[in-house]
Structures are given as structure tokens and as C-alpha cells.
Design a protein around this ligand. Sequence first.
Ligand code: PAF
Length: 281
Amino acid sequence: MSQPAVARSAKALRAATAPWRKKNQKIALVPTMGALHAGHIKLVRAAGRKADRTIVSIFVNPAQFGPKEDLTRYPRTWREDLEKLTAEKIDLIYAPTVREMYPEGFATKVTLEGPALGLETDFRPHFFAGVATVVAKLLAAALPDYAMFGEKDYQQLQVVKQMVSDLNLPVEIVPVPTVRERDGLALSSRNAYLSVAERAAAPTLHRVLQETAASIRKGAPVGPTLVRGRRTIKAAGFKLDYLEARHASNLAPITSRKDGPIRLLVAARIGGTRLIDNMAI
Ligand code: PAF
């Protein structure tokens, strides 16, 4: 099986994709930070169904990591990623260097409000500016018709949708449902950090989301139901950052089902690992 071509610069990416564009072929981009798992493969397959050509970007983006976060230990598994993408028969990998993405003198940052307010931003204030800036650069370099984003990072998905709409970027953001282990744990490259005991406790987040969603669907009041869920998460050994009910598209705080479609969002640390998850009500 032949390996997909790899472009290391925006210029090389443009050169590789120009003939596709000339033939009016549709292009889908799957932005990733590598360490590919079944969740990423689901994005790649969804891209393959949408478009004629699939590009996967692999770039561990320093701008979205805080000074005390896991940038240096973030899993980098180039050889395995290449094998997986070869098996998926994608068309192109975009794997720019840090210098290519952030050359000396780089001075631009996307700032965000709306769905970027609160939740992740309360605990990782640098995060969405880093994500939005790199996603804007990836979209500008690849000029895709579609870009695939997992629902696992639900706030990220809403922030990217908002940016694309506000800046009139000519791309459709395609949400792809979360892939889970059999016990409900959402797939994440960071699951690799979990010890055996932490891995055993980790599905609590999904279980609490399910229980909270079921209670609210049956008519239980939102506030006290969240309080019960927060207690359960802490009792399982997590340090809870948040368990919140938000409006499903603008992520505004919500106090009752009448306020609109609800998305539950959770983030919590177990040992040295921070996990996030979410669920529709
Ligand atoms: O979700 C991710 O893996 C990253 O935040 C993304 C979208 C690739 C930007 O670096």
C-alpha cells in the first residue's frame, strides 16, 4: 500500500491541492494533533464520505498549551499515525513544522467571545485563542470545502463554528459524534496517561452525564441535578473543574429546559490527567 504524500509547508500543500481544485473536486480537512485513535479514524471516514479528497493535518500546536500543561509529554506517534492513514487511503498529510506555522515575528492571534466564554476558558485561558488561530491557519492553507471536528471537544466545535461564521470563511464545519470505549469513556489521546486505577474510575464522567441527562429529561430541576452529579464525580476521586448545563449552540448558561436545547459539559482531573466529555439532553 502506498503512503500518502506529506506536505510540510502551506506552499507545498497549495501545490498539491491545486490540481484537485482545478478539477472541481471537493476537499475535506481533518485537523489533528496526531496520536491518532478510533475517534480520529471516524473523522477521516466521515471526510471520505463527504469529499473527493481527504487531507489530515498533524500538528501539535504549542499555542494551545499553557506553560504548565503537557506540551512536551503529549504523545507523538508519527510512525503509527502514518500506518493508520495509509490504511485509510487518504490523499495527503499536512504536517508543518512549528517554525512554518509560527515563524519569527509571528504576531497574530484570534480573540473570541460568545461560546468561548467560561467552561474551558475558566481553566485554560490561553486555549481557544491558540485553537482558533491554528485552525484559521490550517483552513487558509488547505482551503477545504469541509472540515471535520469531533463532538468530544464540544466547546471547541462551537467556537470554530462561530469563528467560521463571523469571518465568512468558505468552509462547512462538519461535527462527528464521539467514539467511546465499551465502558463509555470517550476516546482521547490523553487516555494514554491514565494508570490502571485511574482508567477504572474514568468512565464515571460518562455515567454521571447519562444519569444527569436522564433525570433532567424526566423533568428533574437542572440546578440540584447538577449538584448531585458534581458530588458523584468528586466521590470517585476526581478534582472537578466543571459540570455545567449550557445552551447547545451558543453555550450560554441555562437554568431550565425551557431555555433551549441543553448540552451537558464536564471537565475533571484524575491524577495528572484532565478529561472532558459532554452529552446532549
Ligand atoms: O482537537 C484537536 O486535536 C486540536 O485542538 C486541533 C483542532 C487539531 C487544533 O490544534
